[in-house]
Structure formats: C-alpha cells, structure tokens
Design a protein around this ligand. Sequence first.
Ligand SMILES: *Cc1c(COP(=O)(O)O)cnc(C)c1O
Length: 384
Amino acid sequence: MSDEKLLMTPGPTMIPTRVLEVMRRQIIHHRTENYERGFDELCENLKIVFQTKNTVMTFVSSGTGSMEAAIVNMFSPGDKVLAVSVGAFGDRFADIASIFGLEVQKLAVKWGEAADPAEIAAILDGDRERKIKGVLITHNETSTGVTNDIAAVGKLTAGTERLLIVDAISSLAGLELKMDEWGLDVVVTGSQKALMNAPGLAFAAVSEKGWAAREKSSLPKFYWDFKKYRNGILKQSENPPYTPAISLVLAQNEAVKMILEEGLENVFARHKKHALAAQQGVAALGLKLFPKQKDSSYVITAVLPPDGVEIGKVIKDMNVSFDVMVVGGQKHLKGKLLRIGHCGYFNRFDLIKTFSALELSLQKAGYAFEPGASVAAVQKAVAD
Ligand SMILES: *Cc1c(COP(=O)(O)O)cnc(C)c1O
C-alpha cells in the first residue's frame, strides 16, 4: 500500500519536501521584515523565471484569476481582441473577454493542432483599421497536449500597438518562455503546475507597452488592479496591498530557488527529455499521440486510447490499484483521451512507474501488447 498518490497530472503537481517543510511552519505576519525578505527574494527570482525585467506580481488566486486580471487591466469595454483557441483553456480566455464586454474575434483551431502563426498574421494584416487591440493565446494547451509557437506570434505584435497576452499557466518553468525577448505584453501563470507549489497563487508580469495600456483601460478593477501590486513591490505603496497567502508565498520562494538551483535550461531539458521518453513509451504500446508529434507538449502527453478500451476505467484503476494519477480528456474529449503530466517536480522513475501502472491497468482492461515494452522504452530513453 501507499499513503501517497503519485500525481502525474497537469496540475496540481507533486511538491518537493523542501517546499512542504516551508508550508508547514507557523504563520508569520506579512507586515514584517521576515516576510518582506522572502517576498522580495521571490519577486526577484520570478523575474529570472519569466525571463523579464518587468515586475512579477503575485496574487491569491488560481491561475484563471490572473487571466481575468489581464483582461480587466489591459482593455476597455468594446475593445476588439483576437482570441486564438486551440482547446479548452483558449476557449476560457475568449469567454472571459466576452463576459467583460470585449468584442471577441475567435480563431478556433482544431483541437489537437497548434495555431499557425501565418494564419494569425493574415488576420492581423487584414485588420486595416487596427481595430484588434490585443491577441489572447495559450502557450501550452493543457486540454489537448499542444504547445503554441509563442516566439513566432510575438514577432507579429512586437513593435505594434497590439498587445500579446499569454496564458502560460501550464508552461512557465516547464517550457522555454522568454517574455522580453519574444515581446510578450502580459504573461500569467499559477503556482500548482511547473512552479512546484500548492494551488493558490497566480502571477502576472506586464511589459511597458502593457503598463501604458493599463493607464487607458477603463474596465472596473479593484482587487485585481495591477497597479496596486506593482507599486507595492516598488515600495511606493502598501506591499502587498492585501493579505497575501503567506505560507504559499514563502513556499513558492523555496520552489523557485530549487528551480534556479537546477538551472532553467536544465529544467527545460528535463521536461523535453521526459516528454520524448513518454512518446517512446506510447509508441511501444502501439498507441498514438493525440497531437501531431511536432506540436506535442513537453509538459503533458495526450494519448489516444486503444479501440474498445474504456479509458476512464483504466485511469481510475491506475489510481486505485497502483496509486498513480493521470487524467482523461476534457469537454468533447471526455473518454477519448489519456493525458500524462510530466510537469514540475518529477524524475525519471516517476515516469517509469507511470508507464508500469499504465501497462498493468491496460492489461486488466484486455488490451493486448508486449508486457514491459513501454517500461523498457521509457527506461532506455531516460537512461542518461
Ligand atoms: C490549469 C490551466 C488553467 C487554469 O488554471 P486554474 O489554476 O485551474 O485556474 C488555465 N490555462 C491553462 C493552460 C492551464 O493549464
């Protein structure tokens, strides 16, 4: 038996012991030097992770809150945005923009495919009157296991008045993302995926162009007003403006330190290597990826289940019998997908264990394959 589940899910993800140790400490007050020291350190280190000179703000929220915050801080009612959606989270960004009264032009890409930057370029070029004020896009579409080419999209908006708003909730600290170099205007993320912390914090960074847009934006904002958070961090007003999630913030500081100790490049390389290993494992089972291999994410692998196998049962059995958690599909892909997260805090044996559990559960479900094939393939791919 095991008293702990191995979460190979795309959030929440496992939390390092060092981070858990910080979380369990007695609470301290946030208007103290002790807290401020930790928070200041986190703010500085987050800039390294976001690859930006801009202030990185921290909020008490799940990731979605920071998506909403990006909309209310950057836009005014009636502003037109292009919402590029390649799955459930892209749809969510478009929905948030609609609810706040923006005019949303949606580029809905077939689920399982990445957005084509040329198609986005054509839409922007066709907007001769420059009505489109911003582009909303998901970096890593967790629902389909697809990664968009954000560097290419950044080239389309950099140097123009248009803003590029990026949902990096499942990608930041797992996939390469260069906020400044790629010309991204707002990058938002959450604590519970590649950032190796518990759920409960959201983060956002804003470019200079974005801050100018914040001055013009007339959508209502109080709790979510970016300006209050930035001014706090810059010590021009109360820092932070409202009671922070003290334990989570200090835990996040520890997790980000671990990421920087491993080295960002090494962290990205680890995610890539294990994603490619997972792809080998999938192939060894005679199964297919949901996305095209070139679009397939390095933080999550989405797999098409074998014909005739009820994949929901397999996923449940992996959890109940073998203490390994993976997830199924969302929305219209419910029952049609198996998604394996390899995001944040995990190592090679976690992936090997996951494929071992997958094999055992697939066997029980009556799927025929060579036992051990995927475990051997993954083990070989992560050997050095
Ligand atoms: C997880 C996720 C979200 C939502 O984050 P919550 O923390 O559940 O609000 C949004 N976008 C993407 C790409 C995600 O992976």
